[in-house]
Design a protein around this ligand. Sequence first.
Ligand code: ATP
Length: 268
Amino acid sequence: MNAHNITKEGAAAPFYLPQGDECDVFAAAAACDLPVLLKGPTGCGKTRFVAHMAAKLGRPLYTVACHDDLSAADLIGRYLLKGGETVWVDGPLTRAVREGAICYLDEVVEARKDVTVVLHPLTDDRRILPIDRTGEELEAAPGFMLVASYNPGYQNILKTLKPSTRQRFVAMEFDFPAPQHEIPVVARESGLSEERVKPLVRLAGKLRGLKGQDLEEGVSTRLVVYAATLIARGMPIERAIDTAMIEPLSDDEDVKRGLRDLVTAIFG
Ligand SMILES: Nc1ncnc2c1ncn2[C@@H]1O[C@H](COP(=O)(O)OP(=O)(O)OP(=O)(O)O)[C@@H](O)[C@H]1O
């Protein structure tokens, strides 16, 4: 069984600073039982947003990190041997369907093809989950909601969603927060003052400008938070930036040298 995280109903909402009307749009989709697809680069706040919304809506949250080995059985469940007996154990999707929870499939395009087949009857007006192994056909409990995310930036032509899958979701586009949002987010997450966070966010903006030229992906908000956290803990600024915002982005020495020049230009 694949590891997945469960957030209990009633847990305090984790901090999320809205960029626009995304909380209202998500709440409206939830009220109408519509599945939601979140598109956006890695580390821009999608997972945090879902955790925040699940808590605000008072629904439990099952989060599954999808990977290329994830099968339908990992989501639905399987028979397991327990104390000499064979017992059925629900997977995270089945539990969410039974409990009326939100099931969040992070990086859904990574999952195996048989997974998308399972999602189809759940993401149209039937809202059912057929479980072949037990012969059950589960009707989703009120409150069940399917949320999936994917990063359209990954340059892998094979890893896109089929139209028949993606046209079952309403979709919301995410991006790295604008500086006026990213500064307070990073300050709050790291404990570093906004004044000290400002140049880090300026550097992040410059690094993101290189996406598509020298870099496949711009630096994530997550990495900016890491850099700020290391600095708040006393690491020298340049060392923290190198560890958290340069090394993770590239293995190419020439590219890294170019990135370090940007750091020098901002931090002197
Ligand atoms: N609007 C925001 N409010 C609060 N925190 C944010 C916000 N945007 C980004 N963050 C911060 O960025 C970090 C990374 O975000 P998150 O884990 O949600 O990214 P993600 O888009 O789900 O990435 P991945 O696709 O890799 O899972 C969060 O842990 C949080 O610290």
